[in-house]
Design a protein around this ligand. Sequence first.
Ligand code: PLP
Length: 463
Amino acid sequence: MVHRQVDLARFQSESSLVTPAYGAREVAQPVPKYEIPSTGLSSELAYDLVRDELILDGNSRLNLATFVTTWMEDRARQLMADSFDKNMIDKDEYPQTAEIELRCVNILARLWNSGEREEAIGCSTIGSSEAAMLAGMALKWNWRKRRQAAGKSADKPNLVMGINVQVCWEKFCRYWEVEPRFVPMASDRFCLTAEEAISRVDENTIGVVVILGSTFDGRYENVLEVNDALQQLNQRTGWETPIHVDAASGGFVAPFLQPDLEWDFRVPLVKSINTSGHKFGLVYPGVGWIVWRSPADLPQELVFHCNYLGGDLPNFALNFSRPGNQVIAQYYNFVRLGREGYRRIHQNCHDVALYLSGELAKSGAFRLISDGSDIPVFAFTTADHVNFSVFDMSDKLREHGWLVPAYTFPKNCEDLAVLRVVCKEGFTRDMADMLLRDIRAATEFFSATPTHQPKTQGSSFSH
Ligand SMILES: *Cc1c(COP(=O)(O)O)cnc(C)c1O
């Protein structure tokens, strides 16, 4: 954490020392928290010490806030442990790991209907955020080249997207000096529409980002509609504004659950797609993917060729060293699960999401914002007549270990505060019933406490 305010006194006081519970048996000296100790501990003691500190973290299996994988089977864990030592960047030293990355890129490109082109263009990343940076740079470089070729200025790029984008797109715009043009929400609309997007596109637009699986409510934006409107605009104006699809979640869901939905390379203006392998790709964090439609969509100036690891290896990434084992685990999932396995797992998450959202709607205490029928993620708010807020419910559920985030919507909809549930593999129908039981108990608790004042904001969760 970069800006966490710390009380300086804590660095000098007794509280700057850790005293292991097992200390009496082995160590005489307390261990400093904020300095490297002068001598070390035995591996057993160090293990116990760190593991015990981590007990205070939430239980990842009860974390319904995160989209990120919290369970993998033992064989996958074994394979990951076997390959912890492989650095993804050492492609010349670990050619088979590099080959596996290449296979994954090709598998995804074909899963996203890139057609039968020989070799897919793309790479692994540390997550969708890095993938978004790479995608955004490609959009910006290509736009600049078009502008320069036409003898026009290229100093005011903008990117059009819904206000519901994940924070990585705001980061992209700030870090790479691109003006963000957000389509605001309306009281009854939480996603981008084609009309609203097109009205913000001009000659300086490097691209339109369409989200497959909105962070706020799990809904898909309509890629095909944006494509059709943008194609007409491009025809009329001579611009070549492309679409990037942020399929961080949906890229691993739609191909299995909604195979007829056209959102991917079947849609002509979609030039690049990112996804998070560590979300519905079912790998532990962190691995993401980015694939471009064709070589022309990835400007060659962005690709570096290094020779100091031996060989001449093209590289487009923000970081240099990165674990190879998540890429290996992604490939394991592909061969282990196949299309049928992915479909079954996601169908199960879908069923749990629809069951849970249906029960909550039936309870009368809540109103659904979405029901989990796109990606298995839904958001809901409290009904008007109840005397508790979503923040109260989030706090109450924490008492039982459940991590269910409560947050307000962006500009124009700030008055809407919701709870969100991400149904992942490992969140079973049984667990959904336990959650329902705890939600009902909390609802009863508040209705039995008529003096309760609803809390209007909460502790922050990241999304
Ligand atoms: C999670 C998410 C991201 C960021 O992905 P990371 O893999 O966590 O970096 C970007 N966009 C959307 C839509 C997301 O859901």
